[in-house]
Design a binder for this molecule. Sequence first.
Ligand code: PHE
Length: 339
Amino acid sequence: MIETIKEHIAEVEKFKADSIEAVEVFRIKYLGKKGLLNDFFAEFKNVPGPQKKEFGQTINQLKQAATEKVNILKNSLEKSSEQKSIYGDLTRPGEALEIGARHPISIVKNQIIDIFSRIGFNVSEGPEIEDDWHNFTALNLPEHHPARDMQDTFFIQTNPDVLLRTHTSSVQVRYMEENKPPIRTISPGRVYRNEAISARSHCFFHQVEGLYIDRDVSFADLKQTLQFFTTELFGKSKIRLRPSYFPFTEPSAEVDVYWGLETESDYKITKGTGWLEIGGCGMVDPNVLTNCGINPETYSGFAFGVGIDRIAMLLHQITDIRLLSENDVRFLEQFKSAL
Ligand code: PHE
């Protein structure tokens, strides 16, 4: 008999239930009026004297185990039904957080910043609304200089000294005015030009301009730097510098990257030449250094400028520049997986 009770104790300890009803059936089976425990207690009087003690203790163990089990199961089932009513089903999978996407201009801008920061360039920024000095005059473009027409400028009508910057070279002027060489800085930012809006050009776009000023900086340093940049950004190391003209650099050049002519899209991108123009560059004109308080006898430097929008379009197969400023979420969402 004692053995049977012990088996019941083991069974009670193992018992699990997933509903209050099942616990109730269990309770009645052991602790109910006609339950097993009462049967065992009724048996007590038939147990021979020497075994009474052990028998009594074992029944009490069973009673305790069954009572505890009922209490524990009831508690936890009640709690979980309470939680269900507050939080819903806690075992349900969570709802995925909607993550945003970085704008392709920011993605490419950050990539460029990252590349130049690896060779010691810091980032400088300046105002989009500029004065004539920083956008033109200090950059060797005095009033009535014919090259001012190269960039169709938005002026504030009532005050021709106030304009929307046409390039971030204005930031470089500000930087040189405030910092002594050696200078290694890139200036990313939005610029404005009064151009007709089409799939290929817009009245505002983004540039990164770079400036390096120190003793004995040469054209070879410029080419090396640009080569490092194109290798890191495009995986293409072959570049060429075509003679050009900018008022603030002398000599000046256009930068072309050899893109190749392997696929049909290479033909389209490079107009069948294999070469892709990415920006302008040159050695900073001594007049510009003087205008910014740097002695051109001691220091020399180079500068370059590339367009972020064109590069973003190239790297992400964007065929219309207007998409970059329309804020269409169907377009923006496509960059979720990008950097
Ligand atoms: N500021 C020039 C532009 O916007 C680009 C440039 C920068 C050219 C630096 C030469 C040197 O077109």
